[in-house]
Design a binder for this molecule. Structure first.
Ligand code: MRU
Length: 344
């Protein structure tokens, strides 16, 4: 059983695992307001493209709950306000904007006669649908990737594109979960994924928890392992895929793709269709989040670089489509161009 990263709490709050504390502690929180959910997304308590879309949709519900007695227009204005707050938290993953646009549209399209309380219930149903659809899409991604993972496969992955990043069994990890469930022997090399260590802290934790053999490696070790023919396959997730197949994912993905091509290792990108931004012609239009220098200059509260030195910390990079063997989506194994993706 994979871990469940998000849920409704009985009080209607957004229940999350605070991913900053993993793997040392499994701390769970109830987020009661739009501001609390925005803060959780910004500070990586919840992260991963599909999960931040789901969390934002649920946060819009939590953040408008108190206004259920308001006049319709005031309620719709509050929805816009909370959606803007949530949408400003992280720029790269299109799932965030996509989910919020879908929520705002669902509210705006309710009959004029509906009051705030009925609209709020409509929002709650829409957020639950976004979550449930993501869970189903993860499974279909896993089914699309399952033929790539016969028994004995050694897979390398980067960052965390697993259950902790989605509403279901993940994207890049979905074929691995299904292969394991089918009784196949799969070994996973997990890039530690500096600077925030989503690989070492999160991917290794959820695979270990599921009983799937995995080995954490330093990011710089991937090329050497490929040269020694110890990697059969690379599968990574995505934060946004442009129409031509260029895609953004965690910093370091591009280097992996180039290494995989050099060594003849198949390189797949796994993502739900909510990650496709067909309005963007290519990867040059994808906004790349730049995070603070302290993520690089400090480690577990200790300085690991001279405090006075500058640090450059882009959280994502763009992998050109030509390096991608194929895209595993909820529609199957696909190749660009993508013409019918999501328009936020
Ligand atoms: O900064 P993060 O942890 O949100 O980055 C996450 C990634 O880059 C994932 O690979 C991507 O969102 C896909 S998650 C299914």
């Amino acid at each position: 059983m994979s871990v469940q990263a998000i849920a409704w709490s009985p009080s209607g709050a957004v229940h999350i695992i605070d991913q900053r504390a993993l793997p040392e502690a499994q701390i769970e929180r109830d987020l009661e307001s739009g501001e609390a959910v925005a803060d959780a997304i910004r500070t990586l308590q919840v992260r991963g493209a599909p999960l931040i879309g789901i969390a934002a949709a649920m946060g819009l519900v939590a953040g408008t709950r108190e206004l259920r007695g308001a006049p319709r227009d005031a309620f719709l204005a509050r929805i816009d306000q909370v959606a803007r707050l949530l949408g400003a938290t992280r720029p790269t993953a299109v799932n965030l904007r996509w989910a919020l646009a879908r929520m705002v549209r669902a509210a705006a399209q309710t009959p004029e006669t509906w009051g705030a309380s009925a609209i709020w219930e409509r929002l709650q149903a829409e957020a639950t649908a976004i979550w449930e659809e993501d869970r189903a899409m993860c499974r279909r991604i896993g089914e699309a990737g399952l033929p790539l993972v016969p028994t004995g496969t050694k897979v390398l992955t980067h960052c965390n594109a697993g259950a902790l990043a989605t509403g279901g069994i993940g994207t890049a990890l979905a074929p691995i979960y299904l292969a394991h469930d089918a009784g196949r022997q799969v070994d996973v090399f997990v890039d530690e994924t500096r600077p925030v260590l989503q690989g070492a802290r999160l991917t290794a934790w959820e695979l270990w928890r599921a009983g799937i053999p995995c080995t954490v490696i330093a990011d710089g070790a991937a090329g050497s392992l490929m040269r020694q023919a110890r990697v059969d396959l690379v599968i990574v997730g995505a934060d946004r895929i442009a129409a031509n197949g260029d895609f953004a994912n965690k910093i370091g993905t591009y280097s992996l793709a180039v290494l995989a091509r050099h060594h003849g290792v198949p390189f797949y990108c796994a993502a739900p269709s909510s990650t496709i931004d067909a309005a963007l012609a290519d990867g040059d239009g994808i906004p790349i989040e730049e995070r603070g220098p302290d993520e690089l200059k400090t480690f577990a509260g200790r300085a690991v670089a001279p405090p006075a030195v500058t640090a450059l910390n882009p959280a994502f990079d763009i992998t050109p489509a030509r390096y991608v063997t194929g895209f595993l989506t909820d529609r199957g194994l696909e190749h660009p161009p993508f013409t019918d993706g999501v328009r936020p």
